[in-house]
Ligand binder design. Structure first.
Ligand SMILES: C[S@@+](CC[C@H](N)C(=O)[O-])C[C@H]1O[C@@H](n2cnc3c(N)ncnc32)[C@H](O)[C@@H]1O
Length: 246
Protein backbone atom coordinates (compact mmCIF):
# COMPACT_ATOMS: atom_id res chain seq x y z
CA UNK A 1 0.00 0.00 0.00
CA UNK A 2 1.45 3.37 -0.95
CA UNK A 3 1.53 6.16 1.65
CA UNK A 4 -0.28 9.34 0.62
CA UNK A 5 0.79 12.55 2.30
CA UNK A 6 -2.42 14.15 3.65
CA UNK A 7 -3.32 17.64 2.51
CA UNK A 8 -2.62 19.96 5.42
CA UNK A 9 -5.33 22.38 4.21
CA UNK A 10 -7.98 19.68 4.36
CA UNK A 11 -9.61 20.30 7.75
CA UNK A 12 -12.12 17.50 7.09
CA UNK A 13 -9.28 15.02 7.36
CA UNK A 14 -9.44 13.67 10.94
CA UNK A 15 -5.67 13.93 11.22
CA UNK A 16 -5.91 17.68 10.81
CA UNK A 17 -9.15 18.41 12.62
CA UNK A 18 -7.43 19.63 15.79
CA UNK A 19 -5.89 22.46 13.77
CA UNK A 20 -9.34 23.56 12.64
CA UNK A 21 -10.23 24.22 16.27
CA UNK A 22 -7.43 26.71 16.72
CA UNK A 23 -8.90 30.11 15.93
CA UNK A 24 -6.99 32.13 13.37
CA UNK A 25 -6.33 35.73 14.46
CA UNK A 26 -9.25 36.78 12.20
CA UNK A 27 -11.64 34.32 13.85
CA UNK A 28 -10.41 35.38 17.25
CA UNK A 29 -11.23 38.97 16.32
CA UNK A 30 -14.81 38.33 15.18
CA UNK A 31 -15.61 36.15 18.20
CA UNK A 32 -15.51 39.27 20.34
CA UNK A 33 -19.21 39.74 19.40
CA UNK A 34 -20.04 36.60 21.27
CA UNK A 35 -17.79 37.52 24.13
CA UNK A 36 -19.26 40.99 24.58
CA UNK A 37 -22.73 39.63 25.28
CA UNK A 38 -21.29 37.12 27.70
CA UNK A 39 -19.26 39.83 29.44
CA UNK A 40 -22.36 42.03 29.77
CA UNK A 41 -24.22 39.24 31.55
CA UNK A 42 -21.27 38.65 33.86
CA UNK A 43 -20.94 42.35 34.81
CA UNK A 44 -23.21 42.41 37.94
CA UNK A 45 -21.51 39.34 39.40
CA UNK A 46 -18.06 40.73 38.63
CA UNK A 47 -18.93 44.03 40.31
CA UNK A 48 -20.24 42.28 43.40
CA UNK A 49 -17.00 40.33 43.70
CA UNK A 50 -14.79 43.41 43.50
CA UNK A 51 -16.97 45.65 45.71
CA UNK A 52 -16.08 43.50 48.70
CA UNK A 53 -12.34 43.70 48.13
CA UNK A 54 -11.43 47.15 49.41
CA UNK A 55 -9.08 49.26 47.32
CA UNK A 56 -5.68 50.89 47.21
CA UNK A 57 -6.16 53.96 49.41
CA UNK A 58 -5.64 56.83 47.00
CA UNK A 59 -6.24 59.96 49.15
CA UNK A 60 -9.51 61.64 48.20
CA UNK A 61 -7.84 65.10 48.27
CA UNK A 62 -5.93 64.02 45.14
CA UNK A 63 -9.14 64.42 43.16
CA UNK A 64 -9.63 68.17 43.51
CA UNK A 65 -11.83 69.79 40.86
CA UNK A 66 -9.95 71.30 37.92
CA UNK A 67 -6.89 69.11 38.53
CA UNK A 68 -5.30 67.38 35.56
CA UNK A 69 -4.81 63.77 36.62
CA UNK A 70 -3.16 60.95 34.66
CA UNK A 71 -3.22 57.35 35.88
CA UNK A 72 -0.95 54.46 34.93
CA UNK A 73 -2.21 50.93 35.52
CA UNK A 74 0.45 48.23 35.94
CA UNK A 75 3.20 50.85 36.05
CA UNK A 76 6.08 48.43 36.62
CA UNK A 77 8.97 50.29 38.25
CA UNK A 78 7.42 53.67 37.41
CA UNK A 79 10.18 55.15 35.21
CA UNK A 80 7.80 56.50 32.57
CA UNK A 81 5.54 58.35 34.99
CA UNK A 82 8.51 59.76 36.89
CA UNK A 83 9.78 61.38 33.66
CA UNK A 84 6.29 62.64 32.82
CA UNK A 85 5.98 64.15 36.31
CA UNK A 86 9.21 66.11 35.76
CA UNK A 87 7.98 67.44 32.41
CA UNK A 88 4.37 68.12 33.45
CA UNK A 89 4.46 69.93 36.81
CA UNK A 90 0.83 71.04 36.31
CA UNK A 91 -0.40 67.41 36.18
CA UNK A 92 -0.96 64.96 39.04
CA UNK A 93 0.38 61.51 38.19
CA UNK A 94 -0.86 58.36 39.92
CA UNK A 95 0.78 54.99 39.28
CA UNK A 96 -0.55 51.67 40.54
CA UNK A 97 1.47 48.47 40.44
CA UNK A 98 0.52 45.11 41.95
CA UNK A 99 3.90 43.38 42.07
CA UNK A 100 5.65 43.81 45.42
CA UNK A 101 9.18 44.13 44.04
CA UNK A 102 8.34 46.44 41.12
CA UNK A 103 6.07 48.67 43.20
CA UNK A 104 8.75 48.85 45.93
CA UNK A 105 11.23 50.21 43.38
CA UNK A 106 8.62 52.56 41.95
CA UNK A 107 7.67 54.05 45.32
CA UNK A 108 11.35 54.42 46.29
CA UNK A 109 12.04 56.34 43.05
CA UNK A 110 9.02 58.61 43.50
CA UNK A 111 9.87 59.42 47.13
CA UNK A 112 13.52 60.10 46.24
CA UNK A 113 12.44 62.50 43.46
CA UNK A 114 10.58 64.67 46.01
CA UNK A 115 8.24 65.70 43.22
CA UNK A 116 4.93 66.92 44.64
CA UNK A 117 2.90 65.79 41.61
CA UNK A 118 3.51 62.04 41.62
CA UNK A 119 2.10 59.27 43.79
CA UNK A 120 2.77 55.55 43.53
CA UNK A 121 0.68 52.79 45.10
CA UNK A 122 1.22 49.11 45.56
CA UNK A 123 -1.98 47.17 45.02
CA UNK A 124 -4.46 45.72 42.62
CA UNK A 125 -5.71 48.47 40.34
CA UNK A 126 -9.07 46.75 39.75
CA UNK A 127 -10.84 47.58 43.04
CA UNK A 128 -9.24 51.04 42.98
CA UNK A 129 -10.78 51.70 39.56
CA UNK A 130 -14.16 50.31 40.62
CA UNK A 131 -14.57 52.02 43.99
CA UNK A 132 -11.59 54.30 44.72
CA UNK A 133 -11.64 56.94 41.98
CA UNK A 134 -14.48 59.47 41.52
CA UNK A 135 -16.40 59.59 38.23
CA UNK A 136 -15.06 61.94 35.55
CA UNK A 137 -11.88 62.75 37.45
CA UNK A 138 -9.08 61.57 35.12
CA UNK A 139 -7.76 63.05 31.90
CA UNK A 140 -5.70 60.04 30.88
CA UNK A 141 -5.31 56.35 31.65
CA UNK A 142 -2.15 54.61 30.43
CA UNK A 143 -2.01 50.82 30.07
CA UNK A 144 1.41 49.93 28.69
CA UNK A 145 2.23 46.33 27.77
CA UNK A 146 -0.39 44.55 29.89
CA UNK A 147 -0.45 40.78 30.08
CA UNK A 148 -2.35 39.84 26.87
CA UNK A 149 -3.93 36.66 28.28
CA UNK A 150 -3.54 34.97 24.89
CA UNK A 151 -5.53 31.82 25.67
CA UNK A 152 -9.19 32.10 24.72
CA UNK A 153 -10.21 30.56 28.04
CA UNK A 154 -8.55 33.49 29.85
CA UNK A 155 -9.73 36.31 27.61
CA UNK A 156 -12.11 37.71 30.25
CA UNK A 157 -8.95 38.96 32.01
CA UNK A 158 -7.97 41.23 29.12
CA UNK A 159 -8.56 44.76 30.42
CA UNK A 160 -11.10 45.68 27.72
CA UNK A 161 -13.19 42.55 28.41
CA UNK A 162 -12.94 42.85 32.18
CA UNK A 163 -15.60 44.03 34.65
CA UNK A 164 -13.41 47.05 35.23
CA UNK A 165 -13.69 48.45 31.68
CA UNK A 166 -17.02 50.34 32.18
CA UNK A 167 -15.43 51.91 35.27
CA UNK A 168 -12.42 53.08 33.30
CA UNK A 169 -14.85 54.97 31.06
CA UNK A 170 -16.80 56.27 34.08
CA UNK A 171 -13.73 57.76 35.81
CA UNK A 172 -12.49 59.45 32.63
CA UNK A 173 -13.49 63.06 32.01
CA UNK A 174 -15.36 63.66 28.74
CA UNK A 175 -12.62 64.03 26.13
CA UNK A 176 -10.27 61.94 28.31
CA UNK A 177 -7.92 59.39 26.76
CA UNK A 178 -7.06 55.74 27.27
CA UNK A 179 -3.58 55.06 25.91
CA UNK A 180 -2.75 51.41 25.32
CA UNK A 181 0.45 49.79 24.03
CA UNK A 182 1.24 46.16 23.39
CA UNK A 183 3.64 43.94 21.48
CA UNK A 184 0.59 41.82 20.56
CA UNK A 185 -1.20 43.06 17.46
CA UNK A 186 -4.31 41.00 18.23
CA UNK A 187 -4.61 42.72 21.63
CA UNK A 188 -4.65 46.21 20.14
CA UNK A 189 -7.02 45.18 17.32
CA UNK A 190 -9.41 43.61 19.81
CA UNK A 191 -9.15 46.57 22.22
CA UNK A 192 -9.99 48.88 19.30
CA UNK A 193 -12.95 46.76 18.26
CA UNK A 194 -14.37 46.52 21.78
CA UNK A 195 -13.77 50.21 22.56
CA UNK A 196 -15.55 51.36 19.41
CA UNK A 197 -18.42 48.90 19.39
CA UNK A 198 -19.24 48.70 23.07
CA UNK A 199 -18.14 51.92 24.72
CA UNK A 200 -18.48 55.66 24.05
CA UNK A 201 -14.90 55.77 22.82
CA UNK A 202 -13.61 57.19 19.59
CA UNK A 203 -10.35 55.91 18.10
CA UNK A 204 -7.76 58.64 17.63
CA UNK A 205 -5.09 56.16 16.57
CA UNK A 206 -4.81 52.40 16.30
CA UNK A 207 -1.87 50.62 14.68
CA UNK A 208 1.88 50.33 14.72
CA UNK A 209 3.35 52.52 17.42
CA UNK A 210 5.01 55.75 16.33
CA UNK A 211 5.51 59.16 17.96
CA UNK A 212 2.36 61.29 18.13
CA UNK A 213 1.03 64.15 20.22
CA UNK A 214 -0.54 61.82 22.82
CA UNK A 215 2.03 59.11 23.51
CA UNK A 216 5.11 61.24 24.39
CA UNK A 217 7.27 58.76 22.43
CA UNK A 218 9.33 61.56 20.91
CA UNK A 219 10.89 62.16 24.32
CA UNK A 220 11.53 58.43 24.85
CA UNK A 221 13.28 57.09 21.72
CA UNK A 222 14.55 54.08 23.71
CA UNK A 223 11.01 53.31 24.96
CA UNK A 224 8.86 54.75 27.73
CA UNK A 225 8.79 51.73 30.03
CA UNK A 226 10.99 48.71 30.77
CA UNK A 227 8.94 46.41 28.56
CA UNK A 228 8.83 48.91 25.72
CA UNK A 229 12.62 49.43 25.90
CA UNK A 230 13.10 45.67 25.75
CA UNK A 231 10.86 45.33 22.68
CA UNK A 232 12.40 48.35 20.93
CA UNK A 233 15.97 47.09 21.53
CA UNK A 234 15.02 43.78 19.88
CA UNK A 235 13.30 45.67 17.06
CA UNK A 236 10.12 43.81 17.88
CA UNK A 237 7.02 45.52 16.44
CA UNK A 238 4.76 47.24 18.96
CA UNK A 239 1.24 48.57 18.58
CA UNK A 240 -0.91 51.16 20.27
CA UNK A 241 -4.47 52.35 20.63
CA UNK A 242 -5.44 55.86 21.65
CA UNK A 243 -9.13 56.16 22.46
CA UNK A 244 -11.03 59.27 23.47
CA UNK A 245 -14.18 59.36 25.60
CA UNK A 246 -16.92 60.98 23.59
C1 LIG B 1 3.98 43.23 31.39
S1 LIG B 1 4.17 44.24 32.77
C2 LIG B 1 4.37 45.87 32.07
C3 LIG B 1 4.95 46.84 33.08
C4 LIG B 1 5.12 48.25 32.54
N1 LIG B 1 3.86 48.84 32.19
C5 LIG B 1 6.06 48.26 31.36
O1 LIG B 1 5.57 48.53 30.24
O2 LIG B 1 7.26 48.01 31.55
C6 LIG B 1 2.50 44.33 33.38
C7 LIG B 1 2.47 44.90 34.77
O3 LIG B 1 1.12 45.06 35.16
C8 LIG B 1 1.03 44.72 36.53
N2 LIG B 1 -0.37 44.40 36.79
C9 LIG B 1 -1.09 43.40 36.22
N3 LIG B 1 -2.34 43.40 36.69
C10 LIG B 1 -2.42 44.40 37.59
C11 LIG B 1 -3.45 44.89 38.42
N4 LIG B 1 -4.65 44.32 38.44
N5 LIG B 1 -3.18 45.95 39.22
C12 LIG B 1 -1.96 46.53 39.22
N6 LIG B 1 -0.94 46.11 38.46
C13 LIG B 1 -1.16 45.06 37.65
C14 LIG B 1 1.98 43.56 36.68
O4 LIG B 1 2.36 43.36 38.02
C15 LIG B 1 3.13 43.99 35.80
O5 LIG B 1 4.10 44.72 36.50
Amino acid sequence: MSFMKPDAEDVTNPRFRPWAKIASPAANYSQTHWDLKKRELAQPLGEKYWLDKGHTPIPSETFKPNTKIWLEIGAGTGGFFLELAKNHPDTQLIAIERCKIRSGRMIQKFVKSQLPNIQGFRGNAIPALITGIPSESLERIYILYPCPWPKNAHRKNRWYLHTVMPHMIRILKPGGLIIWASDQEFYIREATFVSESKYPLKTLYSGVISPNSWNALESFPQGRSSFESKFFSRQQPCYELISQKI
